[in-house]
Write a new protein. Structure first.
Length: 348
């Protein structure tokens, strides 16, 4: 067979294989998933003590704006700010930057190497939860751990303020802080929807010709608001935090997008070009519903020549590093995060 015929044959076989893949799915039932023997004792015992996620119950979601507002109100139970401040040895001030509500977090002792540095943080919560005082989330931990100032954005959210309000708020705060800090002295990021928002915000900043920050932190990023990633299916009912896309998560995606195309890079940043993005650190776990989203972002960053580190932890569900901060896995990751941020600040 000559080379031309071989190429045609291979092309036909690939097309047949792709068609078959699209037309068939695997149904795997009666799987037994034991507590993870390879995880730390603390994480293993926590999983062993957690009831199996209820897939049917997790598939329910609000059917109206009033139901969404009721759910959001009932879920909003933040840790008191004074307790966070006392526990982490920081001060917290509610403020405003460019008309956007923010929380300024400052360690009682700022590390000399971070005197001129800033961490801009976007909170998670599927773009509907964790507003108000809950927006501070990880920002206080990172600020305390690194001895660095942080600004947590209390960005606008649906039902009242769907896309693109959150993206505009991120861009406004970033531009506002450029009046006091150089771009090369700023790190940005967050977890889950916050990580997705940070990436979407960078897409927008790139469109506007605004200088990129020095570092991006993408913790288990909600980078694709469609149900596309492989682990949206393989980890369904296994991720003990998110459980399934086919519940409030998918409904929140539609609520946030407000009729806009979900694959818009400012909504699902994985569909945009990462050319020109800053060095990025990503984290996920083997039980994370967003494992595939995180992997896809990492590979696209690498393909664009961006310095990107991917950290995957055994048996960790979505953002488990933030929920179990006493676990060795969590302590290990936040150490990796600090080292990555420090390295790239030093390079500037």
């Amino acid at each position: 067979m000559n080379i031309r015929l071989l190429a045609i044959s291979l092309s036909l076989l690939m097309n047949i294989s792709l068609q078959a893949a699209e037309e068939s799915s695997w149904t795997i039932e009666n799987r037994v998933i034991p507590p993870p023997a390879g995880a730390s004792e603390l994480l293993r015992n926590s999983i062993a003590g957690t009831p199996q996620p209820d897939l049917e119950a997790s598939s329910q979601f609000p059917q109206s704006v009033s139901e969404w507002k009721s759910l959001i109100s009932s879920a909003n139970n933040p840790v008191p700010l004074d307790l966070i401040a006392q526990t982490l040895s920081v001060t917290i001030e509610k403020s405003s930057i460019a008309g956007v509500t923010v929380y300024r977090v400052e360690p009682l002792e700022i590390a000399p190497e971070h005197e001129d540095h800033l961490f801009i943080y976007a909170h998670g919560g599927a773009y509907v939860f964790n507003g108000g005082d809950a927006a501070i989330s990880e920002s206080a931990l990172v600020a305390s751990m690194m001895g660095m100032r942080a600004v947590a954005i209390d960005y606008r959210m649906p039902p009242d303020n769907p896309f693109p309000a959150a993206v505009y708020d991120f861009v406004s705060v970033y531009n506002g802080m450029l009046e006091s800090f150089d771009a090369e002295d700023i790190a940005v990021g967050g977890s889950s929807a916050g990580a997705g928002l940070a990436m979407a915000g960078l897409h927008k900043l790139k469109q506007l010709g605004v200088p990129m920050p020095a570092v991006l932190y993408a913790g288990s990023p909600w980078a694709d608001l469609t149900k596309t990633g492989d682990t949206m299916f393989t980890n369904e009912g296994i991720d003990r935090i998110l459980v399934t896309y086919d519940g409030y998560l998918g409904a929140a995606a539609r609520l946030y997008a407000n009729g806009n195309e979900l694959r818009n890079p400012l909504i699902s940043p994985v569909y945009g070009s990462f050319s020109g993005f800053p060095p990025t650190i990503l984290v996920t776990g083997t039980r994370d519903l967003f494992l595939s989203d995180t992997v896809r972002v990492h590979r696209k960053l690498r393909a664009e020549g961006i310095d990107a580190e991917l950290h995957v932890y055994e048996a960790m569900s979505h953002t488990g590093y933030g929920f179990m901060r006493q676990a060795p896995e969590s302590q290990d990751f936040y150490g990796e995060l600090a080292a990555f941020i420090n390295k790239h600040f030093e390079q500037h």
